[in-house]
Design a protein around this ligand. Sequence first.
Ligand SMILES: Cc1cc2nc3c(=O)[nH]c(=O)nc-3n(C[C@H](O)[C@H](O)[C@H](O)COP(=O)(O)OP(=O)(O)OC[C@H]3O[C@@H](n4cnc5c(N)ncnc54)[C@H](O)[C@@H]3O)c2cc1C
Ligand code: FES
Length: 330
Amino acid sequence: MPIITLANSKQYEAALGTSLLDAALSAGLVLEHSCKTGRCSSCKARVVSGHTERLRPEEVLGTVDAEQGWILTCARAALDNVTLDIEDLGDLADYPARTWPARIQQIERVLHDVVKVTLRLPPTAKLRYLPGQYINVLGPDGLKRAYSIANATPGTAGPVELHIRAVEGGAMSAYWFGRAQANDLLRLHGPFGTFFLREAVGDHVVFLATGTGIAPVKAMLEQLAATPEDKRPASVTVYWGCRHPEEHYWTPTDDRLSVRFVPVASRPQEKWPGARGHVQTVFMADAPDLARTWVYACGSNDMIESAQHQLLAAGLPARRFHSDAFVVSG
Ligand SMILES: Cc1cc2nc3c(=O)[nH]c(=O)nc-3n(C[C@H](O)[C@H](O)[C@H](O)COP(=O)(O)OP(=O)(O)OC[C@H]3O[C@@H](n4cnc5c(N)ncnc54)[C@H](O)[C@@H]3O)c2cc1C
Ligand code: FES
């Protein structure tokens, strides 16, 4: 079986036909990832030596990327021994994915096109995850969709909160906005993803969210609120972009954590006194100290790509930019 070697010399076996990412996860090694379907580029890595085959399209990679040996580890399998120019994320993200039964405890319409769903797990279930991670919901008719967990309750069997936006013509949207009701039985599979807080004591933490991209941000803020003062960042700022001001259906109001909250509207009425435009532009207009800032971007792929491009060009070190794109997950 091919052996995969990482930049920190850790090794794992990868069966033919299994993605490099799945093989690593099965071996207990967590590599950077999000969608697992070749659509977000979180798992981008460079092949130093060896040969791989493509299991699914890698549309988010450009021609130049491919020529320079970049691949998506969720989209490629090894053909022989392969060396990758990436490291695993250590024990931090080591919460193995499992399947969990869950019942809808409450489903609440917070906007005409957003529902807040609370899922109840059996008392014996110990779903552990890092705030910021997502879970797959296995719904009716064999549907499977990814949703970020919007609350931080690691180590407990507490309820799981999801914020779900309706997608026009969407199969799972039809369920959430039509048929779903309290007590429905679903299954969850997860947790997944490597969108979680890195240590940033004394630095600034900035969240850029669009739409329901605020969900994992809420979970991370809850985690920060429960963190001792001497282990916290120097400041926390949340830029949350929606089209209209009334679409900001949630406000950070935890007394334990001081948060600068900047609601941003891209299509407000004339009289809106708040920030206008795109979150990444509003953030850059605040003249941030990028050398001392960690940025977490979540929501639309367009925002994430544009933010990453702008911020890295302005001097943000690449390792301080983390993102989770809500791309098609079906
Ligand atoms: C890691 C991850 C986390 C996510 N977390 C959340 C979350 O917390 N809240 C949330 O509301 N959504 C989230 N999503 C998106 C979610 O998983 C679904 O893709 C989305 O809700 C659409 O599902 P659907 O079954 O209604 O539509 P589908 O039946 O899958 O698609 C219907 C049509 O809409 C298009 N479409 C599907 N998804 C999207 C999309 N995301 N953006 C634009 N067009 C789309 C499809 O191309 C298709 O044409 C996440 C996605 C990923 C990958
Ligand atoms: S492209 Fe591989 S995890 Fe998203």
